[in-house]
Design a protein around this ligand. Structure first.
Ligand code: FES
Length: 106
């Protein structure tokens, strides 16, 4: 039996500018979709701590995001918390590009 879930179409690659992030909602879950110089990345849509700040509002610098609420910084690539490494990291998801479209794998 094949348990693999089909990748989910997020949108066109041109929908997101390099150096920016968009929120993507799928089945009541939010995902943050980042487009960096090095490609597309995805994390959970809301930050970990109590404030649950939307990561689509985060500041981006190179491959790091800064949460607008608490100011913690995370690697967009690994999800690790950089400012306070003892904090839980962000969940990251596979994202791929094909024929001008972006797909998320859960
Ligand atoms: S909401 Fe607290 S670090 Fe993002």
């Amino acid at each position: 039996m094949n348990d693999e879930i089909e990748p989910i179409l997020v949108g066109d690659t041109d929908d997101i500018e390099i150096g920016s992030v968009e929120n993507f909602e799928y089945e009541d879950n939010n995902f943050a979709i980042f487009r960096l110089e090095s490609g597309f990345f995805s994390t959970q849509g809301n930050c970990n701590c109590e404030e649950r700040a939307p990561l689509s509002e985060a500041e981006i610098e190179d491959e790091e995001l800064e949460c607008v609420s608490c100011g913690n910084t995370y690697s967009i690539v690994s999800g690790d918390c950089i400012s306070e490494p003892e904090l839980d990291g962000l969940k990251i998801f596979d994202i791929s590009e094909e024929d001008g479209s972006i797909y998320l794998s859960l």
